[in-house]
Each structure stands twice: as structure tokens, then as C-alpha cells.
Ligand binder design. Structure first.
Ligand code: SF4
Length: 449
């Protein structure tokens, strides 16, 4: 049973805040090291048994979707991709030199942009270079994001032959009026065909990405999108809230703001999505993911083994994450680093034989304690008292206010998030965030609900 939320309660908690894919959130990083220090730190990967995940960013797309919040470059020229890949291989060489060993990779994800914008030959060559650098074998879980508009059977076959077992399709919304407003025409029948093709080619895990809060969405149109997605029986669904940040993403200015759902309508879209997915037997995972009960993400959630990093929710805790390519983010043994976000600066650093990071953060003991508490809350919907960082008394006072609103319940050894509180998980993490308020501006983060 999905609880009701009053407009007054929504208005109270509809404030900007981080999504906590890291703690501290990226805008709060203090960035106190350079590429040489980063290279030195990467040596830890050659000596640790902690699992390693790779994220490879492939930024190219055939056209621009107006809602896009990703780091994406629109091009029609294959040689631009070749030039990017050549530099990516140089980055791999530098990483290998810094790490010293050939660490085994438990998980690898290709994201973008549009990874399936690459030709089959480019995909095969990139995979080979990654294999030369890292220990990637049959035990590595490989996943790829794909644009259904570009998928071919041959392409899916190439990915499967290389060992990719999970695929994630960007669907967003199947309504033609919404698709027109966001500049992404992709009929539901096309998505259905591509889902069937992926299954025929043997992908074991199928994820669909949806977005609520897009222009021209109505309760009826988005209900139809959810029901259409359900008819494809995906293993997982991510249902993200659209982040309208035209001051950061200029192409979003082409979206007519008058056609965006207002706060209450937008929230109602998500609440209805939760109801439809959970009524259909899906587990609600974390903030905005849904998974079939037998899917590994749901099993990890049931067992309290869910983990959150820059790739979203994952099934492995305690792993290091190494990002490769423009704008990618790494989290290695308490250090965060992000590569240059624009192609030009990223290329210049690579050409100068420097690891192309532009900012980073070294976690303090306080960051680690608070980060563990935030992650536990975001993954498990509870906060054991022994994870409370620092002085517990002021925090208890704060959470009593949440309890009065029905978002949490005090138990003997923990704070338990109520079904109502599930809608406000990010808000419940705010009191744990020592950086919140220090440099907050209204435009640093997207809205929390
Ligand atoms: S395909 Fe994805 S990454 Fe590319 S422009 Fe559209 S939303 Fe952005």
C-alpha cells in the first residue's frame, strides 16, 4: 500500500539537495590533490583485494535530447570517435602504469552518451584494450547503456560475444507528445522490438530508464508509459526525476517551462509509478529503482547488501570504482576524483601525458563516518544508532521533527524509515551532511522529491 502524501508535506520537503551517489556530494569536494598525487594513490589498486568496478564513458550521440543532463557530444563523424578512443587508450596506459599491476575487475559498465553509437569494430577494439589493461574475464559482470533507436541485431551479438550480459535501454516516456517535446522520437513498438531482440541474443538482465517530470506528461500519459514498460517485463527499472537545470544545460532552454508538470503533479507521477510497479510485484529499491524480486539488486536489498556509488545502486559493497573517459568519476580507497568534463581539456591533459582529473576530495574520518551513515540510509531505509556520526543529541532532536511528520520511527537501536518517509530519503540524509548549508546555493542541486 503506497501512502498518501499531503500537498503541505510535499511543499515542506520539496527543496534542492544532493542525490548522495557520494558523500560528500561532488559540489562539496575540496579538491586538494593533483594528477601526480592521484597517480600515486592509484598504486593501492595493485595491492588490494577489494573488488574493482570500471566505468567507461563514451560521450557521443547521434542527436541531442532536450532533457539531457549527461555529458554528451553530438556528432555524425566516426573519425571523431576514433580520435577519442585513441586518447582513451593513452589514458588506459597511464592508469596501468600508475596501478602497476593488472587488477581483476568484478564489474564493468559502459555509459554515455551512447555506447552503441560506436561501430562493432570500435567496440571490439575498446574491449580488447580494456582487457589488456585490466583482468576482465567471464566472472566480470559487464553492462552497457544503449539507445534503442540505434540498436541492431549484429551490435547486440557483438556485445554478447564480448561477455556483456546486462543492457540498459533509455526509454524515458513512450507518449508521442512528450517525445516531441523532448526531441526524442522513439515509438513504443520500437522499444518492444529491441527488448525482444536483446532477449533473443541472450542478455540476462534488461533495465529500462524512465523519466518523470518531463514536459507534457500527464497522469494518464505517464501511467501508460509505466504500463507499457511493465508489459516488457524488465528485470530492473530506474525511474528518475527530470532535473531542469537550463543554467547548466543550455539545450534545456528549448523546453517550454509552461509545459513542465508543477511540483505536486510531478510528485504524483512518481507516487503513481511506485504504486504501479509495486502492485505488479516489483521491489522498490532505494530512491527511484524497481527490480523483480528474483533480480540480484532486489536480493541484495533484501539481504542488506545494497551499495550506492556514482553508477547508482549496485550489489557489491566495499568496491573501488575507476572511471575512464571524459567527465568520469572515480572512488578509490577514500579518494574521489573526476576527469575533465569537457572534451577539449580532457584531450589536452591526455596529450600532455597527465591523468586528466580536474577535481577531487580525500575523505576525512568524519567524511567516512557520515558517508557510511548516509549510504546505509539511502540503501536500507534505516539508520542504526551506532552509525550516527559525532554527537548524537542534536541529530536526535532533528529526527524527532521527521518523526512528528511520520517519516521515521524511533526503535530501540535504530531509526526506521516509514513507507511515507521512503519518498523523502534524500531529505532524511540532510542532517547527516556536514557540508549542507556551508556553501549551498539554490542552483547547486536538483530538487529532493
Ligand atoms: S541519447 Fe542520452 S546522452 Fe545522448 S543526448 Fe539523448 S539523453 Fe543525452
Amino acid at each position: 500500500m503506497v501512502p498518501d502524501v499531503s500537498p503541505a508535506l510535499l511543499a515542506k520537503y520539496d527543496v534542492p539537495g544532493p542525490r548522495y551517489t557520494s558523500y560528500p556530494a561532488v559540489p562539496d569536494w575540496r579538491g586538494a590533490f593533483d594528477h601526480e598525487a592521484w597517480a600515486g594513490h592509484l598504486g593501492v589498486l595493485g595491492t588490494t583485494d577489494a573488488p574493482l568496478a570500471l566505468y567507461v564513458h563514451l560521450p557521443f550521440c547521434a542527436s541531442r535530447c532536450l532533457y539531457c543532463g549527461c555529458n554528451a557530444t553530438v556528432t555524425t563523424r566516426a573519425e571523431i570517435v576514433d580520435r577519442y578512443l585513441t586518447r582513451l587508450y593513452t589514458e588506459l596506459d597511464m592508469l596501468r602504469a600508475a596501478i602497476g599491476e593488472r587488477p581483476r575487475v568484478c564489474e564493468m559498465h559502459w555509459g554515455g552518451g551512447t555506447p552503441n553509437f560506436l561501430s562493432d569494430a570500435q567496440v571490439e577494439q575498446l574491449f580488447q584494450r580494456l582487457q589488456d589493461t585490466f583482468g576482465i574475464d567471464a566472472r566480470t559482470e559487464c553492462s552497457v547503456e544503449a539507445d534503442p533507436r540505434l540498436v541492431t541485431r549484429e551490435q547486440l551479438r557483438t556485445f554478447r560475444q564480448l561477455g556483456f550480459s546486462r543492457i540498459s535501454y533509455g526509454v524515458q516516456d513512450v507518449d508521442e507528445h512528450v517525445q516531441e517535446a523532448i526531441g526524442r522520437i522513439q515509438p513504443a513498438t520500437m522499444v518492444r522490438d529491441m527488448v525482444e531482440l536483446a532477449r533473443e541474443e541472450g542478455f540476462a538482465g534488461l533495465n529500462l530508464d524512465l523519466i518523470y517530470g518531463l514536459p507534457r506528461q500527464t497522469p494518464e500519459s505517464f501511467a501508460n508509459t509505466i504500463e507499457t514498460a511493465l508489459s516488457f517485463s524488465p528485470d530492473r527499472v530506474a525511474c528518475f526525476g527530470y532535473a531542469h537545470v537550463p543554467w547548466m544545460k543550455a539545450h534545456q532552454k528549448r523546453i517550454d517551462e509552461d509545459t513542465l508538470p508543477r511540483a505536486w503533479d510531478r510528485f504524483a507521477l512518481f507516487r503513481d509509478s511506485v504504486r504501479r510497479f509495486t502492485d505488479s510485484g516489483y521491489r522498490w529499491i532505494g530512491i527511484d529503482h524497481f527490480a523483480r524480486p528474483e533480480d540480484s539488486l532486489a536480493l541484495a536489498a533484501d539481504a542488506g547488501r545494497l551499495h550506492r556509488n556514482f553508477m547508482g545502486y549496485t550489489t557489491r559493497s566495499g568496491e573501488n570504482l575507476l572511471g575512464i573517459g571524459v567527465s568520469s568519476i572515480s572512488e578509490i580507497d577514500g579518494w574521489f576524483a573526476q576527469n575533465a568534463g569537457e572534451l577539449g581539456p580532457w584531450q589536452r591533459e591526455i596529450d600532455a601525458q597527465r591523468l586528466p582529473i580536474t577535481r577531487g576530495h580525500v575523505m576525512s574520518d568524519d567524511d567516512r563516518a557520515r558517508g557510511a551513515a548516509v549510504a546505509h540510509l539511502m540503501c536500507n531505509g534505516e539508520l542504526p544508532f551506532d552509525l550516527f556520526p559525532g554527537d548524537i543529541e542534536p541529530l536526535v532532536d532533528t529526527y524527532e521533527q521527521f518523526a512528528a511528520d511520520g517519516l521515521v520511527i524511533f526503535e530501540s537501536d535504530r531509526l526506521a524509515v516509514t513507507p511515507l518517509g521512503r519518498f523523502f530519503l534524500r531529505n532524511l540524509a540532510f542532517p547527516l551532511d556536514a557540508y549542507r548549508g556551508a556553501t549551498d546555493g539554490p542552483r547547486r542541486f536538483s530538487r529532493a522529491v
